[in-house]
Design a protein around this ligand. Structure first.
Ligand SMILES: [Zn+2]
Length: 245
């Protein structure tokens, strides 16, 4: 006895389920790798932001030291100012002090700006760190899920592959080679339902003679156009059975 429409229909379904599992098994590591790459980029952003904040703090220290030096210089000049006798020298010192005070005021502005910059950068960094931390946790969760799914998917795939081999036993010996070739060519779509007299793989009509063989289930039929192994669609089968009664 040759493979019935029911067996072939099941075989087609089994091929599809196996393909879906293989696709998921193949795509999951890619999904994970993509997320891990994004995480690495974001972690690099955090490092950059930390470094920028560090640099701003160093800058602040420099400005503060500069301010101290400027203050010391002015104090020094004020002492000298009390000691000079000549009017010219007095004037020159006064000018120098005014000039240095202006410089000091500029440094004070810079200090203020740097403080503000540090505060803004600190807030942004804390936000970024929290986001990246949460994203890293997501990536770990995805990884755990993918790993646990992969083992159950592999087990399911093995079961399906066994079921496929069992269903293929009903394919007559002399048609096995052709069937295997078709599977290599079309993968999960090596089989196609025949509905309303047409192959659903390529939508080409089948001959009356082929249809009769499909209805009688006495011979394997391959679509003359696309080469897929045909089976009668489920409702077509019940209709034809009813008609033959
Ligand atoms: Zn076809």
């Amino acid at each position: 006895m040759t493979a019935t429409a029911e067996i072939l229909r099941d075989l087609h379904l089994l091929h599809h389920r196996a393909k879906a599992l293989r696709d998921r098994l193949a795509s999951a590591p890619r999904t994970l790798a993509g997320r891990q790459a994004t995480l690495a980029n974001r972690q690099a952003d955090v490092e950059k932001a930390r470094k920028a904040l560090q640099d701003a703090k160093v800058q602040l220290k420099k400005h503060e030291h500069a301010l101290q030096a400027q203050q010391a210089k002015i104090d020094d000049l004020k002492v000298k100012l009390n000691q000079v006798k000549k009017n010219e020298e007095y004037k020159a010192l006064q000018n120098q002090i005014a000039h240095d005070k202006a410089a000091m005021s500029k440094t004070e502005d810079e200090i203020l700006q740097t403080y503000e910059q540090i505060e803004t950068q600190g807030v942004a960094l804390a936000k970024l760190e929290a986001e990246v931390k949460s994203f890293a946790q997501d990536v770990v969760a995805i990884q755990t899920e993918i790993e646990s799914q992969a083992s159950s998917h592999k087990a399911q795939l093995q079961e399906l592959e066994t079921a496929i081999v069992e269903a293929e036993i009903s394919i007559p010996e002399q048609e096995r080679e052709r069937y295997s070739r078709t599977v290599r060519q079309y993968g999960a779509d090596a089989l196609a339902a025949c509905e309303n007299g047409a192959c659903l793989g390529c939508f080409t009509s089948v001959t009356m003679q082929m249809l009769n063989h499909l209805i009688n289930g006495d011979q394997l039929m391959f679509c003359k156009s696309c080469g897929r192994l045909l089976y009668l669609a489920e409702h077509a089968e019940t209709t034809s059975k009813r008609a033959s009664r």
